[in-house]
Design a protein around this ligand. Sequence first.
Ligand code: ADP
Length: 197
Amino acid sequence: MINLILFGPPGSGKGTQAQRLVEKYDIAHWSTGDMFRFELSNHTELGQLAKSYMDKGQLVPDEVTISMLKKRMESGKATNGFILDGFPRNIVQAQALDTLLEEKNLKITALLSLEVDEEELINRLLNRGKVSGRADDINEEIIRRRLQVYKEETTPVYNYYAEKQLAVQVNGMGTIDEIFEELCLLIDDRYTTQFVY
Ligand code: ADP
């Protein structure tokens, strides 16, 4: 199984790369942002609750996010593995994930962190906002707030996995194809060495 965490700030390309990786490796894609947007488009209570945080550039409370993901992990099939995209976003979520995976006797293969300059992130998000109309991508102040939350709450998650020798940095500034190729090389390498040692 290939069990990945695709990591990086808003606008770093996680969604784009996850889509390609999911196709290539035939693994499940678990994006908490997509799950919230799905709830929102279905006008559920959970969607409404999430929106009140997303629109301000804040994280949705942990208990809500964790129980939503847990449900999805338990109902979804992930025979060959999975990609987590947008989760874990703080240390509490990382610890909750450890518990969830332990219960299922699963392990993370690697955390792949897409590294992109802040100026480039803001440009990408503003452009995405123009095309998609995503409320949290239109306003520069909200974007800056999300990047701030990322720095303060999410960056420690990288160190959490680095201590377990699972974190790898990837240059997220090239073309989509270049970055994809680099990710595949890293995954293939990690996946093979797991069996060698
Ligand atoms: P991006 O990574 O580009 O900010 P996402 O689609 O991953 O976009 O997430 C959009 C919003 O959904 C976040 O700003 C946050 O409010 C909420 N969200 C997504 N994942 C989580 C999470 N793991 N914990 C809390 N909130 C989350």
